[in-house]
Design a protein around this ligand. Structure first.
Ligand code: 13P
Ligand code: SF4
Length: 370
């Protein structure tokens, strides 16, 4: 029975793993069908084991959109919880167990800089000849910007589909914040490298006044079909071509599979490239005895190694590529958030302002419909 008493996070920090497990199970059972726990594939084992549903960004957003549960506890990062808040109903509340679980790539683009870049670009090419597309790893206000301008959101598993659609509509796109996902998707679609340019976010402003436009000149901007923001994922940047070469030399016949947030040179040397869900499915479907070197976050790779013991699975980099912000969601924070819910106290609710929500939903629904 809810008493509206709140629990303090400090009281959870020294609990044993066993106690946390037991208490999470009880809280989950108590909340029953009022609660849905979503878990991204990069979550640590001690957290993802409690997820009702696991997935990549696309699957999780589809699941959130379908759900009518009152509380959605999102074990992932901030932009994922914002996305869930955007596409769920007014009666639903989305909770991020640790409010500091952000995404450093998402933080590399902000509305002020994107709007300024957009003004510069559209001054040269005209608003009707270009569409903005944002990777789902971005703040809600950037999704809203895309919604207002007729553009869309994409995820790592829908990027090609969305880029193809956007190019079909307007012939040119402005893609943010991940340069690498944008380039990898465009090259895979057969777009020549000469038609892809990078907008350097820290170039001094100039634009219509004739200054440096993201490090480009007018001719380049006119010719380009894809203009990429220069954001990146610091986790995936740690995979290098020499790592692929190392495995190829040592283990002839090995399969190399990477996430599209990896740099182009790594993707080019790999056999397969796709979202976290794609990576999991390819490994699961592969015959026993096959060997794999995987270029994505370490929690997912370690889990695959445990779950697929009949395959030889290597982590592609000698460096531990851990998404430290995903890792902030731990059993302590999860237990704290759930036991507060049981008491009728909602902690760390993610609330996207109404106007932003309206337009961000337009961009997200466009992606989900395509
Ligand atoms: P996926 O959508 O492929 O799970 O990717 C999310 C992400 O943040 C990868 O770094
Ligand atoms: Fe962001 Fe990279 Fe972490 Fe994915 S792995 S959530 S892109 S920092």
């Amino acid at each position: 029975m809810a008493t509206n008493k709140s629990h303090l996070l400090e009281d959870y920090l020294d609990l044993s793993a066993d106690d946390l497990d037991k208490r999470i199970i009880i809280a989950k059972e108590t909340m029953g069908r009022r609660l849905l726990i979503l878990g991204h594939h990069y979550q640590q084992d001690d957290v993802i084991k409690f997820a009702d549903f696991r997935g990549d960004s696309l699957k999780l957003s589809q699941e959130a959109a379908k759900s009518d549960r009152e509380f959605i506890v999102f074990c992932g990062v901030h932009f994922m919880a914002e996305t869930a808040d955007i596409i769920t109903g007014e009666h639903q509340k989305v909770i991020l167990p640790d409010i500091t679980a952000g995404c450093s790539m998402a933080d590399m683009a902000n509305l002020y800089k994107v709007e300024n870049a957009w003004k510069d670009i559209t001054h040269i090419v005209g608003e009707h000849n270009i569409l903005p597309v944002t990777y789902i790893n971005s703040s809600a206000d950037l999704k809203a910007f895309c919604g207002r301008k007729g553009g869309s959101v994409c995820t790592s598993s829908s990027a090609e589909r969305i880029i193809r659609w956007a190019l079909g509509e307007h012939g040119k796109i402005f893609f943010f914040p991940d340069e690498h996902l944008g380039r990898n998707s465009a090259v895979k679609m057969g777009i020549p490298e000469e038609e892809i340019i990078v907008w350097r976010r820290d170039e001094p402003m100039g634009g219509p006044m004739g200054g440096p436009m993201g490090g480009n000149d007018k001719e380049k901007i006119k010719k380009a079909r894809i203009i990429l923001w220069d954001g990146f994922c610091s986790v995936h940047m740690l995979f290098l071509p020499k790592h692929v070469e190392y495995f190829r030399e040592r283990y002839p016949g090995i399969n190399v599979i990477v996430h599209p947030e990896c740099r182009r040179e790594v993707v080019e040397l790999s056999d397969l490239c796709g979202s976290t869900e794609y990576i999991i499915n390819r490994i699961k479907e592969s015959p026993a005895g096959t060997a794999w070197a995987i270029g994505t976050e370490i929690n997912l790779v370690n889990r695959l190694r445990k779950e697929q013991p009949d395959k030889t699975i290597f982590f592609l980099s000698p460096t531990v590529c851990l998404c430290s912000t995903m890792y902030r969601i731990d059993p302590q924070h999860l237990c704290w958030a759930l036991e507060n819910l049981v008491e009728g106290t909602v902690v760390n609710q993610i609330i996207v302002p109404e106007e932003e929500k309206r337009w961000a939903r337009v961009a997200l629904e466009r992606m989900l419909a395509l």
